[in-house]
Design a protein around this ligand. Structure first.
Ligand code: MN
Length: 329
């Protein structure tokens, strides 16, 4: 955690009569690691969540950032049908197109600037393939952990195209939750925020945020300063609960872009392994076995053409899976 601006500017978020922001909130830098997405011509993704130091931001429990990849040579994204439990997936693209099919019966073209939210509570499976029309693939794949009360939710798929809101030299698309006076109509099971923010060169953007939320600013094009801490592309600038304002600055002469994630701290311990979110090692073992046995728990993807027709689960680790706990607990 370090302020690397040569000449940091004091932040005073929108002055309220009785309230002056005491100081910039502390910003923790969450770095990414490169992970192959799988398949013979796998694309590399940059994974910031989960990791040892930080598993969750609100209920956001997984964040992959990928591209821009030129996929005209025949590569791209080919993810055969695979299962999920206890989570929702958010596909958000900056460029390219992905054909999504899932066992709720949904078939959708994932396009830039459009939210595609799949709910895989009790069990779902889906495939994701970039289309032949895609020349550059660039986006994020995010997962949301479902709270215990809804983690067996029915299969569901929702699509929403947020309006663009212009604010302080930024173009903002709020795909989940509320920000800058606009709200997404898409239902979530815990209080959540998700937004794409494009910053003009030299823009300084002040965002009033809910102090009961924690936030992560995932930088796509940057660097971008988050409350005076410089965050490089593929890193997340994390801000804990209590902040009432986030100040984003684009110090570059180019457009910058971030995805802002937020939510109330997720208070349940979860066990994540492969594509499953559960609550115990034994439950994960049951999920894995059910997928391997082609159980109806996950249903079937119609219309997927490829080899393999379903991704086999990897072997379980030899140690018992342990819950991911929040830092400081
Ligand atoms: Mn998936």
């Amino acid at each position: 955690m370090s302020n690397v601006e040569a000449d940091p500017v004091e932040t005073r978020c929108r002055a309220r009569a009785e309230h002056v922001e005491p100081r910039d909130p502390a910003v923790e830098i969450v770095t990414s690691r490169e992970v192959p997405l799988g398949g013979p011509r796998a694309i590399q993704v940059r994974r910031t969540l989960p990791q040892r130091a930080r598993s969750l931001i609100g209920a956001w429990c997984f964040a992959d950032h990928y591209g821009p990849h030129d996929v005209r040579d025949g590569g791209g994204m080919v993810v055969p049908p695979h299962p999920h439990t206890g989570l929702q997936t958010v596909s958000w693209l900056f460029s390219g197109e992905i054909e999504h099919r899932d066992s709720s019966g949904a078939q959708a073209l994932v396009m830039p600037g459009e939210l595609n939210l799949m709910t895989g509570g009790y069990g779902i499976c889906h495939s994701e393939v970039s289309t032949p029309a895609t020349s550059v693939l660039h986006g994020v794949q995010l997962w949301v952990a479902l709270p215990d009360s809804h983690r067996n939710a029915d299969r569901d798929f929702q699509h929403h195209v947020p309006d663009v809101v212009h604010h302080d030299g930024a173009d903002i698309r709020v795909f989940l939750g509320s920000l800058v006076g606009t709200s997404s109509p898409v239902h979530t099971f815990t209080p959540l925020l998700g937004a794409e923010i494009t910053l003009k060169p030299d823009a300084i953007v002040e965002l009033d945020v809910d102090p009961i939320f924690e936030h992560g600013v995932l930088v796509d094009q940057g660097p971008v300063s988050v409350s005076a801490t410089s965050i490089a592309p593929a890193q997340i600038g994390y801000v804990g609960v209590g902040a009432t304002c986030l100040r984003l600055a684009n110090p570059t002469a180019e457009q910058a872009r971030v995805v802002l994630l937020g939510g109330t701290p997720f208070e349940e311990d979860i066990v994540m392994w492969w594509n499953f979110v559960g609550r115990s090692h034994d439950e994960i073992v049951r999920f894995r076995e059910a997928w391997q046995q082609e159980s109806e728990q996950f249903g079937h993807v119609e219309g997927y053409v490829g080899d393999p027709m379903r991704l086999p689960a990897p072997p379980l680790p030899t140690v018992r899976l342990r819950p991911r706990r929040r830092p400081g607990r």
